[in-house]
Design a protein around this ligand. Structure first.
Ligand code: MCN
Length: 758
């Protein structure tokens, strides 16, 4: 029986659950010294001097370094067009100008973390304050201070799609709105951390809390001028990343450079408050939209200007900006589009991908518009969506922004979600409560979405060991997704072996020849398909070898339930995988039972779904409680339903957290106001309901597993479903839109301004 598609328990869990898993801070390194970064206390300032003289004299201090001391190159990743623009790169340590509170200006190394911390206080930083730009619209204001005077504008990226013609032309109904999508902090359980251990020969081993160890290796090699075989990067257990650990942080490069120069291990573990200002934030957009439709609900066109707050550097913010632009028409038929996405620099923590990375923002824009349109037309929100969703027969489908949808049944997912939620009954209950003037208003929110997953290529290999066991190598780098389980399922089922025979090796640049990493909901499909293809090749070679040993043609070779090979009809004589491995090795092609594949899926795949949220809003206190969340997420063929459900639970929790709780806030001078978990409203499991998950499977033709991604989709649909539900509850009060988070204060304030219910 194949293990593919079955609820195999996660083999990584015993270590996590018993505290045996080893995170970066757990990795022992004899003689390691500790690095602490000196960070800018100002949001925008000229750096006049950074003087480490007093700090150097502090007890236990080994080194103090500034930008000039280390001379490291800047960092930039997939910058938005136009590019390349070296003046916008992110320096590893700032010099000349500091652009956000928390930007590293210097680093202190000492025998203990406490000594380094004390000495960091003694680094004399002379700053001349400059006016700060806070919030994306402030960046565009006439006469706004410039973060990069040499660049001449705070606009650091611009993407435009125009299909031609006025999108609103001929519209019988037009909805216009401004939606503000707040910034959120990824707040993984484990913050950033790195440990660099130099070898005697100029080599380095870097332990990093990373989603992409190969990227860290390449950046360290580039910065230090080392060949790729001189630097080994290992990501041990990683306590979550949610996209924020998918790139390379300046601190990682600095720690590696220090270890290289000092010739001794250097470690760095950031504090929680450091994490909240130094790790990239997510979301952060202002969307000005106009949607034109006919009176029957048919959408004619969409015009939007989306301003994305890149924070202090475009460095990683181009990724969510590109993706929200790409997914701007969602699952709908929108013939005319006029869309401009601007990425702007502001004096706040840099932006980066965060679970969904642009897809939740694009989905929110459309799904708020759909509800506004429904209200304008007096039509049921579900009905407006039905009239505009793309039909399965229209797929594959190229959107105006260039996305190329593979397969989907968007209306099918919506109908399933509505049925699971008992939509008609909920509407009846809502009417009833409204009629009775109940204090607790019921709100029902829908979101339909399609997202993109699985771009690019990933490495996978399968090797038969001399004992007949299988080693799988993967270029992906799991940090909670259970790849050791799912990749073993793929290999075991392709090779006809039990799961226990398969070992999965990953997250170590010395153990795997190449790889990309884990983000963009790519690994199940890309790493999985690479392993699938490699295993298929190994199986075909195994049959050939078995044929040679059994003196039969490979077509006559069959595999038994025990994994052994025999000739059809002659079960008495069989050979094992170990015997085949020995025969393969003896044949002189030691790699005979080894295959490696870089699986490339050029167009990506497009998971989709529909969510229905049910909330109760206390109209006296403004408290919104999520009563139910129904989620139908279609990620194609499922490798492991338990892992998929777990991924959805996590994504839904983060989606709801953004709707009801989380916001990274700044004052007008650019000081973060939510830099501790006492101020940043991070929910716990107790704040969230159980989820109702549907089952909807539309295979993709773009990979051999038929799988699409699932790691982000919960977060793509949930936020706006909850937002729509709360606004829906408040409709009788004349509330048509509220931005997030929907805190009791915000809802209560809206109710105070609202006319009495009709
Ligand atoms: N899977 C499956 N069947 C499918 C699709 C996926 O069984 N049809 C399985 C995969 O084999 C994998 C898991 O589900 O074990 C997630 O797969 P996938 O959707 O391919 O996503 P990735 O493995 O590439 O993980 C990245 C994704 C992203 S982008 C974010 S953000 C995220 C997420 O994963 N961050 C996470 N899930 C997280 N989970 C934890 N615990 N921590 C994070 O930081």
């Amino acid at each position: 029986m194949t293990v593919l598609g079955h609820e195999v328990r996660r083999r990584e869990d015993p270590a996590f659950l018993t505290g045996a898993a080893r995170f970066v801070a757990d990795v022992a390194a004899e003689g390691a010294v500790h690095a602490v970064f000196v960070r800018s206390p100002a949001a925008h300032a000229r750096v006049l001097s950074v003087d480490g003289t007093a700090a150097r004299r502090s007890p236990g201090v080994v080194a103090v370094a500034t930008a000039a001391d280390l001379g490291l190159p800047g960092l930039a990743e997939r910058p938005p067009p136009p590019q390349p623009r070296p003046e916008l790169e992110r320096p590893c340590l700032a010099s000349g100008r500091a652009r956000f509170v928390g930007e590293p200006l210097a680093v202190v190394v000492a025998g203990t973390a406490a000594a380094a911390e004390d000495a960091a206080e003694l680094v004399a930083v002379d700053l001349e304050d400059l006016p700060a730009v806070v919030g994306p619209l402030a960046a565009l204001e006439e006469g706004a201070p410039l973060l990069f005077p040499g660049h001449g504008s705070n606009v650091v990226g611009r993407i435009v799609t125009e299909t031609g013609g006025d999108p609103i032309d001929g519209a019988e109904v037009v909805v216009r709105a401004r939606f503000v999508i707040q910034r959120v902090a990824p707040a993984p359980l484990e913050g950033n951390a790195a440990l660099a251990v130099p070898g005697r020969d100029g080599s380095l081993v870097v332990w990093a809390s990373s989603q992409a160890p190969f990227r860290v290796r390449d950046a360290v090699c580039a910065a230090l001028g080392k060949a790729s075989d001189r630097v080994r990067v290992v990501a041990p257990a990683v306590g979550g990343g949610f996209g924020s650990k998918g790139g390379v942080y300046p601190e990682q490069v600095v720690v590696a450079a220090l270890a290289d120069r000092l010739g001794r291990p250097v470690r760095w573990t950031e504090t929680r408050s450091e994490n909240l200002v130094a790790m990239t934030h997510g979301r952060g957009q202002v969307q000005d939209v106009e949607l034109g439709a006919r009176r029957d609900g048919t959408i004619l066109g969409l015009r939007a200007r989306v301003v994305v707050d890149s924070g202090a550097y475009p460095w990683r913010g181009g990724i969510p900006a590109r993706t929200s632009h790409l997914m701007a028409t969602g699952p709908y038929r929108i013939p005319r589009l006029d869309l401009t996405t601007l990425l702007v620099a502001t004096n706040t923590t840099p932006l980066g991908p965060y679970r969904g990375a642009g897809r939740p923002e694009a989905t929110a824009m459309l799904e708020r518009c759909m509800d506004l349109l429904a209200a304008e037309l007096g039509m049921d929100p579900a009905e407006v969506r039905r009239r505009n969703l793309l039909d399965p027969a229209e797929l594959p489908y190229r959107t105006p922004t260039g996305a190329f949808y593979d397969s989907g049944d968007y209306a099918g997912a919506l109908e399933e979600a509505l049925a699971l939620a008992g939509y008609d009954g909920l509407r009846a209950e809502q009417d009833d409560r409204r009629r009775r003037g109940e204090r607790r208003a019921l709100g029902i929110g829908i979101s339909c979405f399609v997202e993109v997953s699985g771009s690019g290529a990933e490495y996978g290999a399968a090797r038969v060991e001399s004992d007949g066991s299988i080693t799988v190598l993967s270029g992906s780098s799991p940090h909670g997704q259970g790849h050791e389980t799912t990749l073993a399922q793929v290999a075991a089922s392709a090779l006809g072996l039990p799961m226990d025979s398969v070992r999965v090796v990953h997250s170590d640049t010395a153990a795997v020849p190449r790889g990309v990493g884990t983000f963009g909901s790519r690994s199940g499909q890309l790493a999985g398909s690479a392993v699938q293809r490699a295993a298929e090749t190994v199986l075909a070679r195994a049959r050939e070898l078995a044929g040679d040993l059994l003196e039969a043609s490979p077509e006559d070779v069959v595999q038994g339930d025990d994994g052994r090979f025999s000739v059809a009809g002659v079960p008495a004589r069989s050979v094992s995988w170990a015997e085949l491995a020995a025969a393969g090795a003896a044949g002189g092609d030691g790699g005979g039972l080894f295959s490696e594949v870089d699986f490339d899926q050029h167009d990506g795949t497009y998971p989709f779904g529909a969510h229905v949220a049910v909330v109760e809003v206390d109209t006296e206190t403004g408290a919104a409680a999520l009563r139910r969340l129904v989620a139908v997420d279609d990620c194609g063929v499922v490798v492991n339903p338990m892992i998929v459900a777990g991924q959805l639970h996590g994504g839904l929790a983060q989606g709801v957290a953004q709707a009801l709780f989380e916001e990274m806030r700044y004052d007008t001078a650019g000081n973060p106001l939510t830099a501790t978990l006492a101020d940043y409203a991070f929910p716990s499991a107790a704040d969230l309901p159980g989820w109702t998950l549907g089952e909807h499977v539309t295979p993709t033709p773009r990979n051999p597993l038929g799988a699409k991604g699932v790691g982000e989709s919960g977060a793509v649909g949930a936020t706006v479903a909850v937002q729509n539900a709360v606004v829906d509850a408040l409709r009788p009060y004349g509330v048509t839109h509220l931005d997030l988070p929907l805190s009791p204060e915000r809802v209560w304030t809206a109710l105070q301004d609202a006319p009495p219910p009709r």
